[in-house]
Ligand binder design. Structure first.
Ligand code: F6P
Length: 322
């Protein structure tokens, strides 16, 4: 029977991580297992920044944004020697298993530590929604709500001035934030790596919207697309259409704020489930929800899986924008 587990958050923070931390701590302590919070992700292990957690440490944290454990990007963890030293340190401390909350980099670390004898279970925590073994990742819903708030505000001023607003959203090469926002928040055009459009195609579309009498338009663009710089795109639109164009980069605003009710629920359920699996001696798994069920897939499979939005983006934009 496991006596001590650890918990960490790693990579970009995401709203809902705290709800998951709370669920892990409570589930473990209520099962008679000690929980150790590792500060600042995998790096905190070798730096010995590890604290024993009590239920009082997690009281009320489900409503707080960010992660109370802190997080870092830790590229050194790709180095096999660093991972071996980390596994040895955990064994020395008697920490037999870990819950690792984060995105694909965090999952890769969890898989490698499991291979070194420390059972790890990954909880998907990233606003990007780019973990394919789950329908939704922690933080995606809250980020969508933040984008909704921003787009609503931008649309007020954009329609008053009859402008086109080009908005860059995050996603780290995954177009979900942009595509879901375009459909749900009624943007006219969306450009992502999965839904590419050329500048000429965008200009043609905007000219046709303008010809139909549409006074203002919103163009959503995923970040990190070499082909699509929002500043240059706005300048082209300004030059080649009748819209005056402005651009906005929403940036890390999308990562902050109190988690939505859905992200708190997801954190609570995935945190509880991951801990139950660890206490049963399972490891190397990535938990998530799929088709309204809790699921656990081997991490190496989770990292290879592929998912599509549950709607057809072209069909939806055609239906909604004509
Ligand atoms: O993975 C989450 C994310 O917010 C990405 O959307 C973004 O590309 C990246 O993190 C930014 O990370 P950082 O804040 O470390 O620059």
């Amino acid at each position: 029977m496991i006596k001590k587990i650890g918990i960490l958050t790693s990579g970009g923070d995401a709203p809902g991580m705290n709800a998951a931390v709370r669920a892990v701590v409570k589930t473990a302590i209520n099962s008679g297992v000690e929980v150790y919070g590792i500060l600042d992700g995998y790096r905190g292990i070798l730096e010995n920044r590890i604290i024993k957690m009590e239920k009082s440490d997690v009281a009320g944290i489900q409503s707080r944004g960010g992660t109370i454990l802190g997080t870092v990007r830790y590229p050194e963890f790709k180095n096999a020697e660093v991972r071996e030293a980390t596994a040895a340190k955990l064994k020395e401390l008697g920490i037999e298993a870990l819950v690792c909350i984060g995105g694909d980099g965090t999952y890769m670390g969890a898989m490698r530590l499991t291979e070194l004898g420390i059972n790890c279970i990954g909880i998907p925590g990233t606003i990007d929604n780019d973990i394919s073994s789950t329908d939704y990742t922690l933080g995606f819903d809250t980020a969508m709500n933040t984008i909704a708030y921003c787009i609503d505000h931008l649309r007020d001023t954009s329609s008053s001035h009859h402008r086109c607003t080009v908005v860059e959203v995050m996603g780290n090469h995954c177009g979900d934030l942009a595509m879901f926002s375009a459909v749900g928040l009624a943007a006219e055009i969306v450009v992502t790596p999965q839904h590419m459009m050329s500048v000429d195609q965008i200009i043609d579309k905007l000219n046709s919207f303008r010809g139909q009498g549409r006074k203002q338009t919103t163009v959503l663009v995923s970040e990190k697309m070499a082909e699509m710089n929002v500043v240059d795109l706005a300048a082209e639109i300004d030059k080649r259409t009748k819209y005056e164009a402005k651009w906005e980069i929403l940036g890390r605003i999308q990562r902050g704020g109190a988690p939505s009710a859905f992200d708190r629920l997801l954190g609570a359920t995935l945190g509880g489930y991951a801990t139950q699996l660890l206490l049963k001696g399972k490891g190397g798994l990535a938990v998530g929800i799929h088709n309204n069920q809790l699921v656990a897939n081997p991490i190496y499979e989770a990292l290879k899986m592929h998912k599509e939005p549950y709607f057809n983006i072209n069909e939806m934009l055609d239906l909604l924008n004509n």
